[in-house]
Ligand binder design. Structure first.
Ligand code: SF4
Ligand code: SF4
Length: 204
């Protein structure tokens, strides 16, 4: 028991000379270590609201809400009160920069409803069945990645027309008309695009 007492005494003397080891946070800011994984935040410029990060989140902390209306939006809500700060969303982000874990760690609150970060974009819907396809930002990101190869996909061709403001000028398809060749240049979800291709190729 003699040695621990001496050790405590040495520590007390050291603390008297050097000052306390603990920081004065929150009175004085105490930055986190460079590799610290804190509050995740979306980047408005880099996130294309594709929803991929929600699929890989082990805590299911990222909620994806899609409004099924003509002006519908995809809204992503990250609940950082249930986030495990694992960094998987950042690691598997489609654009690699759409979300990152900041060094913010002072996240205490009295209301857990405040613990959210959100991002949203307009949705593009299948012109035949009405199912949501994805966001324009996502399609534009694909166009930029694929370059001229994007012209092999009619939905990407249409999305690129939007950039040069031609999309509003095209004729929209009539409702309750079966899929036909003229639908090649419409926004179709993968299921309807497959149906149309089968019909065109094999008449099914
Ligand atoms: S771009 Fe990245 S952060 Fe944005 S929704 Fe897609 S995977 Fe998530
Ligand atoms: S850091 Fe991990 S738990 Fe938190 S939102 Fe990203 S994937 Fe989910």
């Amino acid at each position: 028991m003699k040695y621990p007492k001496l050790r405590e005494l040495r520590e007390a003397v050291t603390a008297l000379i050097k000052g306390p080891y603990t920081t004065k946070f929150p009175k004085v800011p105490s930055p986190a270590a460079p590799a610290y994984r804190g509050k995740p935040e979306f980047d408005e410029e880099e996130c294309v609201v594709c929803g991929a990060c929600a699929n890989v989140c082990p805590a299911q902390a990222i909620e994806v809400i899609e409004e099924d209306t003509p002006e519908g939006k995809r809204r992503m809500i990250l609940h950082y009160d249930i986030c495990q700060f694992c960094g998987q969303c950042h690691r598997d982000c489609l654009t690699e920069k759409g979300i990152s874990l900041t060094q913010k760690y002072d996240l205490a609150t009295l209301d857990r409803k405040e613990c959210i970060v959100t991002i949203e974009d307009r949705l593009i819907f299948c012109e035949f069945c009405g199912d949501p396809i994805t966001t324009p930002k996502h399609l534009h990101w694909l166009i930029s990645r694929l370059g001229p190869r994007a012209f092999s996909n009619p939905s990407l061709i249409l999305a690129s027309h939007e950039e040069i403001e031609l999309l509003e000028k095209r004729m929209l398809r009539e409702k309750d008309v079966p899929l036909s060749r003229s639908d090649q240049l419409t926004f179709l979800c993968p299921r309807c695009r497959k149906q149309l291709t089968l019909k065109e190729e094999w008449g099914r």
